[in-house]
Design a protein around this ligand. Structure first.
Ligand SMILES: [Zn+2]
Length: 404
């Protein structure tokens, strides 16, 4: 070992190598700082008086599987210029850290290929230390997320865990990156986002979201010039929920056992797209039976199929005809659930048809939400909310993505 190897191998420069000791499988390099290099850490003055030492140990790069630590008596100095008494500054480690910068870089490099647990085991350090290194790195990286170039965004909420915990996520639809994660759902969760967005002076053209009144009023307030596009997946999902409710209601009201039997177990058949029905299991036949017996169910079912067509038109005016026709038929159906749904669509008509101005949806957020749930299962979500958020921001960064 030498002073030169300390520098080239371990990133420690400006110190003198003293000795190496081996204990319990661990290698310790003792190093020393020269008296003439001492400065005041606050004002950089060289007019200082020595005030003893503070022994400190730093984890450093391992040699093979052997942990290595650096041992240094850090001089304390009193400054004649500013009057402070402090430990001198150390270049090879960040303040208050018990590991060197080279060690930190190595942990981050390993983290691109291994889980936190694997890195911790390999380096014989605690899980929390690896996590802290990742957290500090991600924190620096995502402290200021650039919002200036945002043009099209998707907003949606995601429920995580078994409790009723929600996160509100904003996605940049052009880059695919998560640009904001808010705690909770509804208008409050978005407040910090509007503040940051305003400061960035981004010019948002269009927003994809569901028909929730909280989002609508928030977007109208904070992005008065943006075009709202109601997400078609959410609309179809909402209709499917109403269709399931209707089937349940009809089942409850059905008096004959035969009638009940036919309705029973048709929920999934009703929700399936017709081209996906499995005829080896008589699914078309069973669905047909249920529809023949129940006029209201049949009406709702065929309207469900027609609803999808709103988003399959060549242009806005064709879509408008399909939508208006749908609304009229639903209103005339005499079925309460359909009439209500028709009113909902009529009230959100222009936002639905805006799909033909900006063909955007919250679809890209679905993939992100799946990844968020995977992260959450790895328990980040509960141990440290801030770390969990940073991990969500990092999802998109494949180049720097850190493995669980
Ligand atoms: Zn000073």
């Amino acid at each position: 070992m030498s002073t030169s190897l300390l520098y080239h191998g371990f990133g420690i420069r400006g110190y003198h190598y003293v000795k190496t000791t081996y204990q319990g499988g661990k290698v310790t390099f003792s190093i020393r700082q020269e008296r003439e290099d001492l400065r005041c850490p606050v004002c950089e003055s060289r007019r200082i008086v020595r005030r003893g030492f503070q022994l400190r140990c730093f984890r450093s790069l391992p040699i093979g599987c052997r942990p290595v630590q650096i041992r240094l008596d850090v001089p304390r100095v009193g400054c004649s210029d500013c009057g402070e008494v402090r430990q001198v500054r150390i270049d090879f480690a960040d303040p208050r850290r018990s590991y060197t910068k080279a060690f930190e870089r190595y942990v981050l490099e390993l983290s691109r290929h291994m889980t936190i647990r694997d890195v911790a085991e390999h380096l014989q350090v605690g899980w929390d230390l690896v996590k802290d290194i990742q957290k500090r790195y991600l924190g620096r990286k995502f402290r200021h997320i650039k919002l200036k170039d945002l043009r099209r965004i998707a907003i949606d909420e995601i429920s995580i865990g078994r409790g009723h915990r929600y996160l509100t996520v904003v996605l940049d639809l052009l880059s695919g990156a998560v640009v904001f994660v808010g705690e909770g759902k509804g208008a409050d969760a978005l407040k910090p986002f509007w503040k940051r967005l305003k400061r960035s002076r981004a010019k948002i053209e269009a927003v994809a979201m569901d028909m929730s009144p909280a989002y609508i009023s928030a977007v109208q307030t904070h992005l008065s010039k943006a075009v709202i596009v109601f997400d078609h997946f959410h609309i179809i999902k909402l209709f499917n929920e109403k269709l399931s409710d209707l089937r349940r209601e009809l089942y409850r009201e059905a008096t004959e056992q035969l009638h009940k039997n036919v309705l029973k177990g048709t929920r999934w058949l009703l929700l399936k797209n017709p081209e996906n029905l499995d005829n080896t299991r008589d699914e078309s036949k069973r669905l047909h039976e249920a529809l023949t017996l129940n006029q209201p169910l049949a009406t709702a079912y065929y309207l469900k199929e027609d609803l999808r067509r709103v988003w399959e038109q060549p242009d806005r005016s064709a879509a408008q005809r399909v939508l208006d026709d749908w609304i009229r038929r639903a209103e005339c159906s005499g079925i309460r659930m359909l009439i209500r749904f028709a009113h909902t669509l009529a009230a959100h008509r222009s936002g639905i048809l805006n799909y033909y101005r900006y063909r955007i949806s919250t679809g890209p957020l679905e993939g992100t939400n799946t990844k968020i749930r995977v992260l959450q299962r790895k328990a980040y979500g509960f141990r440290d909310a801030e770390f969990f958020k940073l991990k969500i921001y990092a999802l998109h960064e494949t180049r720097y993505e850190l493995v669980g």
